[in-house]
Design a protein around this ligand. Sequence first.
Ligand code: ADP
Ligand code: MG
Length: 713
Amino acid sequence: MSAPQVSPASNRSAAAPRRGAAAQRANTSPLARLGLHTDWDVALHLPLRYEDETRLTPLSALRDGAVVTVEAVVVDAQVQGRAPRRQLLVRLSGQSPHERLTLRLFHFYPNQRKVLQPGVRLRVHGQVRHGLFGWEMVHPAWKVVEAGTPLPTVLTAVYPTTAGVAQSVLRKAVAAALERLDWRDTVPPQELARHRLPALQASLRLLHAPPPEALASLEAGTHPAQRRLKFDELLAQQLAQQQARAQREQWRAPSLQRAAGQTDLVARLQAALPFRLTAAQQRCVAEIAADLARPLPMHRLLQGDVGSGKTVVAALAAAQAIAAGWQCALMAPTEILAAQHARKLADWLQPLGVRVAWLSGSQSKTERGAALALVASGQAQLVLGTHAVIQSQVRFARLGLAIVDEQHRFGVAQRLALRDGLRAGLQDSALQPHLLMMSATPIPRTLAMALFGDLDVSTIDALPPGRTPVRTTLLAAGRRDALIARVAAQVAQGRQAYWVCPLVEESEELDLQNAVAVHAELGAALAAVPRAPAAAPLRAGLLHGRMKAADKRAVMQAFAAADIGLLVATTVIEVGVDVPAASLMVVEHAERFGLSQLHQLRGRVGRGAAQSDCVLLFTPPLSPTAAARLAAMRDLADGFALAQKDLELRGPGELLGLRQSGVPGLRYADVAHDADLLAAARDSARRLLAADPAAARQHVLRWLGEAGNWLSA
Ligand code: ADP
Ligand code: MG
């Protein structure tokens, strides 16, 4: 019998306490050990699966492997073998004496053995096997019954539990809790009607004791009662997010209106760009522009696949803020990326008269002091850097807009600190700056809603024209030498390539390639390529996380200028690096990377008009998941399709490292499969907050406890 879908995913234990610091900490009752403290906790502790004991199967109708309930009479019972392999063999007979069934019981008490006297009638539930000695059941559930004892009319619930808490204890506790509960439904009837959902009380009662005919839909996870529970859970989550958002809307921000006419910085920047914005970029620019013009702080995520052109959208937003007389800060997670942004944005905006300052952890004291003074005086209009930009010494004169690139690379704690840091950095703290976050990790819409219900999302859903899709090849590590020779030959002909290794230092344990050794190896291969006497020597560059920032920058610049043809790197190049001429990406031990990481890496090529290639080197044997991941990389180009695949392969909990991100886990709903319910919950949450805030609050309390009360946080 497979687990019905509404039960908590087995790896995400429902037994874990939902409210860590529950008041009843001292309470060590069996229920408390399962984290069940209140009647609601108990009522929401849903069965893992069900057993159907509502029908008796005659011994004459047994089928091998079937799970059945039978009634039969004890013929004899005897102990066989010795401890620890002792077993009690109970022979039973059915309606006619030649219908036989043997039970093998491993754990039994002396008094149980005494009960099993010839002639006693047993009701037994378990799986039957046809063995050498006829029909057998190994360690079934059994009890003594009188002839004619009525059968249960509902399915028997089997609850998730840990050792020591018996099913019978849980069943009793659930029955008692269901009687005591205050069943006031926090979801108004019109919302239930709209989404065709049953009442909560009926749903919970059914889930704990369903009629046998419900079994199929329960196991499929489609029963209306299951949908009701998933809906309630999602509703609580959406309510909490929308409350947080409502709170933010109390805050004020500078209204960054665009000036009209030719002098408008935004228009001048657009006119100066070497390309035309795609329709998708234009739409995102307009969405952001409208937010910036409002006196409420923007809280928007700009997402778009790698290479979709988010930087220019950010630059246009920056131009709007600057034109309105405010400062703009742009932060990137790595120094390389920040430096690249600095160069690009400076190239675009400095010619238009914008003054730029650069802040990073690695600059000298004097450089930094000078930059800080420019920021504090308001002379620097655009401030670029790593998270050094939000450190406490940084004071902005008039910060109007903060842009965070690759926001998923910033931990949640950093993200929260960001807002506070920005507020502290403002001289007029009555106003909040607008916040634009950018992410190249495409998030399926359903998941984005679950994760970022309190964020507005703009999506660049098309790549700039003229891109040729990257050709992806999977190659077993046995062909590595041949690959090196080909790469060296192509680099000699002017192709630019990345070669990515997973770790910087030799780790015997993990047996990963050492970037330093690979660099030497590839350098030697390049040196061995025959060249014209006058030709410049071929060089391989090395880039890894332990290098000094200035050295990293120098290597990247040499690669961007094509002084270096081959760049051996660790995943420091994973996000954002933009060298349009590079057209070959090799990833070693590709099986050790996650899908989104591989997609990010592949996104470093295919940025120009040339045909680009991505070669994923793998070391067999592959686990089924790794094989599926690599096949997906070979077959899918679109980041959203890959993210969806990732969701299917890994489960939503692992995607984006959610577990450490502090997003409240969902116990029943699964955003990959319950998208319609998520949309319904989002929709209802909006109406409920407006129409009945008290019920909304009660709903959040019921489901999330005080933890859901983000309003006071
Ligand atoms: P990402 O979204 O990954 O941050 P970038 O902003 O780095 O992408 O843009 C990728 C490349 O595409 C850059 O070289 C950029 O100049 C270029 N680009 C951006 N928008 C367009 C466009 N509309 N037409 C042509 N090229 C564009
Ligand atoms: Mg980028």
